[in-house]
Design a protein around this ligand. Structure first.
Ligand code: HEC
Ligand code: HEC
Length: 144
């Protein structure tokens, strides 16, 4: 095999692996969805923008929050409930509440989030990490 063939084979392999791990998510309008906080009629593009932004903010991937289908392990079950999905829903509510209460940003999460209206957002705390509380902080001085 020459270099070009090897490279093509490698790319082909990655593509197959990629499809294997994450079957593409169908638009929410075309299936029963299990959305509990985002609007049920959210467009596919808006939903994916939120998801990609969560990945960037927390350094996590689709598969960290979502799980494989129990009937077909080659497929993802995007609607299935997971621990990290529940935590994320709590985080979205917290972001909405604290911006409303302390920064006067009213309105729904989806619109404010996608238009970068929030003063405190996922990245404020997470900054690309899943566990913000393990990031280096200035030590609290001992009581004098
Ligand atoms: C940090 C966690 C997190 C990451 C990372 C993440 N998601 Fe999600 N995803 C969620 C949560 C939470 C919901 C449900 C939101 C709700 O209930 O309002 C969701 C919902 C969805 C849904 C709709 C499911 C339904 O019920 O119809 C799809 C599709 C989806 N995600 C795809 C993706 C894809 C594709 C990626 C990677 C590009 C991804 N997600 C990354 C947390 C995440
Ligand atoms: C005010 C700071 C703050 C904001 C804002 C925030 N988080 Fe968090 N998040 C935390 C802390 C702290 C933890 C760790 C909690 C623990 O250890 O129990 C955490 C944990 C998580 C986890 C679980 C990670 C793990 O590995 O267990 C996910 C997922 C998550 N946050 C997603 C989000 C998303 C998405 C947003 C924006 C919608 C967000 N967070 C906004 C502080 C924040």
């Amino acid at each position: 095999m020459n270099t070009k063939t090897t490279v093509m084979a490698a790319i082909g392999g990655m593509l197959i692996l990629g499809t294997f791990a994450f079957s593409p998510a169908p638009p929410p309008s075309e299936r029963e969805n299990n959305l509990k906080f985002l609007p049920k009629d959210i467009s596919h593009d808006d939903l994916m923008n939120v998801m990609h932004s969560f990945e960037a903010a927390t350094g996590m991937n689709c598969g960290d929050c979502h799980t494989h289908s129990t009937t077909d392990p080659n497929k993802m079950d995007w609607a299935a409930d997971t621990k990290h999905k529940q935590t994320t829903i709590d985080m979205m509510k917290m972001v909405q509440d604290l911006n409303k209460q302390y920064f006067g940003v009213d309105g729904d999460f989806k619109t404010n989030y996608l238009q970068s209206q929030y003063k405190v957002s996922c990245s404020t705390c997470h900054n690309g990490h899943d566990q913000p509380n393990s990031m280096v902080t200035i030590p609290i001085p001992e009581k004098r």
